[in-house]
Write a protein that binds this ligand. Structure first.
Ligand SMILES: Nc1ncnc2c1ncn2[C@@H]1O[C@H](COP(=O)(O)OP(=O)(O)O)[C@@H](O)[C@H]1O
Ligand SMILES: [Mg+2]
Length: 251
């Protein structure tokens, strides 16, 4: 599904390296978690997957189903089945969430050579998905993410994810941004969307999220490298013992 090969990344127009040879494979049907102390390069990895221009890949590759995504524009990546959820979702004042969702779905369908949804088709899809996620139609009339609570932003994000039916989802859930409500929204949402055809990369600072989204593999990123990989028990071990031991061993 996704294969990150020897990925080296620097900040564009500088000599500052952030990722120093990341190797990671996530197979279809799997959930991989990336953990690591602040400043390890976790968010950078998700931004590079998104195609953010502030970063430059100097070596290595990212393959989605065998095809490199590095030369694709962000919208082409989305059409290829990549979905990214960020730690700080964008607020779009003046654009009702409904309109945003419709534009996002239809541009993706167009890029995939499918017909755009008619308004009634779209409304039905959104109503079904929103109902399952406990999202009111009132919320969808409000501007995207503007004034949304943390939990509402996460609901909107999961709704977007379920409507776009991506193949590979990258979620950067670092920091303390997730309260209990938001945590539950994200974990229920991801668990509902888990399927043999879909893979997830969940980036998180805390083990807590991984009690709800039980990962197939856990990887520790430190100074731009994966210094340890293991099963779900690795997340527990990190919660109890912190990163110091693993970092000392890798040094
Ligand atoms: N655009 C940027 N300009 C300058 N420094 C950056 C930029 N992006 C990331 N960094 C630096 O790269 C390192 C990794 O950052 P980040 O990927 O946000 O780590 P994490 O998400 O693991 O906390 C940090 O030291 C951060 O300050
Ligand atoms: Mg981060």
């Amino acid at each position: 599904m996704i294969e990150i090969r020897n990925l080296h990344v620097k900040i564009a127009d500088t000599d500052t390296m952030i990722l120093n040879g990341v190797d990671l494979t996530v197979k279809a049907g799997e959930v991989a978690a990336i953990m690591g102390p602040n400043g390890s390069g976790k968010s950078t990895l998700s931004y590079v997957m998104a195609g953010k221009e502030d970063y430059e890949v100097t070596e290595g590759d990212i393959l989605l189903n065998g095809e490199s995504i590095l030369e694709m524009e962000p919208d082409e990546r989305a059409a290829a089945g990549l979905f990214l959820a960020f730690q700080y979702p964008v607020e779009i004042p003046g654009v009702p969430t409904m309109n945003f969702l419709k534009a996002a779905m239809n541009s993706q369908r167009k890029a995939r050579g499918q017909d755009e949804f008619t308004t009634p088709e779209f409304i039905k899809k959104v109503k079904d998905a929103a109902g399952r996620l406990g999202i009111s139609m009132d919320m969808l009339k409000r501007s995207l993410n503007t004034g949304f609570s943390g939990g509402e932003k996460k609901r909107a994000e999961i709704l977007q994810m379920s409507l776009l039916e991506p193949k590979f989802c990258v979620m950067d859930e670092t920091d303390s941004g997730l309260d209990i409500d938001a945590l539950k929204v994200v974990s229920d949402g991801v668990n509902a969307l888990r399927s043999p055809e879909r893979a997830f990369l969940v980036i998180t600072h805390y083990q807590r999220l991984l009690e709800h989204i039980v990962p197939d593999s856990v990887h520790v990123l430190y100074k731009g490298r994966i210094i340890q990989s293991g099963g779900k028990e690795l997340a527990l071990q990190l919660e109890e013992q912190g990163y110091a031991d693993i970092i000392a061993k890798a040094a």
